[in-house]
Design a protein around this ligand. Structure first.
Ligand SMILES: Cc1cc2nc3c(=O)[nH]c(=O)nc-3n(C[C@H](O)[C@H](O)[C@H](O)COP(=O)(O)O)c2cc1C
Length: 172
């Protein structure tokens, strides 16, 4: 499978990125092609709701920023993984901006599965991210929920969590 990961953490050595690396390692070992975009370090503006993609040039976003590097990967993905720290009970703003910009193509036709990886300080802070974003995207895109993975407190960067994500990658 072609797998694209959108990592919304600015910490490239933090717990979210650690889970992403473990997942990518496991999936890579099974022969999947994994591409990770660290969207918090890319120039990705919010959707301007100009409707250019709907009215002028169908499926094409008029904002020529780093999202242009991500669009082809998303459209060629069999699986898309969202990864983020929890910021104020939801996904990071950087990841939300990238998700909002999928408005231009609307539904990634090739994608069959999605997964969600999240890190937080506390327990029980994932509800909004799961319902407002992830579960809604699963239903809107008509794809399979391949899994939701969380780490909080001492679980962050733990060998157990690393192993869990590695095994998830290998299970695909
Ligand atoms: C702006 C900001 C908001 C945060 N909001 C929450 C929160 O609402 N709940 C929580 O448990 N942790 C919150 N945290 C803590 C992060 O989710 C936590 O440190 C996480 O492990 C960071 O992952 P990362 O280093 O991989 O990006 C927040 C951190 C920041 C910087």
């Amino acid at each position: 499978m072609n797998i694209t990961v959108l990592n919304g953490s600015p910490h490239l050595d933090g717990p979210t990125s650690d889970m992403v690396s473990a997942f990518a390692e496991g999936a890579g070992e099974k022969g999947h092609q994994v591409t990770v975009f660290n969207v918090a370090h890319m120039n990705i503006r919010g959707c301007m709701a100009c409707e250019y993609c709907r009215k002028t040039e169908k499926g094409v976003c008029c904002q020529k920023d780093d999202m242009q590097k991500i669009y082809p990967a998303l459209l060629e993905s069999d699986m898309i993984v969202f990864a983020s720290p929890i910021y104020y009970f939801t996904l990071s703003a950087q990841l939300q901006a990238a998700i909002h910009r999928t408005y231009s193509f609307d539904i990634p036709e090739r994608c069959r599965k999605v997964a969600l990886i999240m890190s937080s300080g506390s327990k029980y802070v994932y509800g909004a991210a799961i319902t407002e974003y992830f579960q809604s995207i699963v239903e809107y895109w008509g794809v399979e929920n391949a899994g939701i993975f969380t780490a909080n407190g001492k679980q962050n960067k733990s060998p157990e969590k690393h192993r869990e994500l590695y095994e998830f990658g290998r299970s695909l």
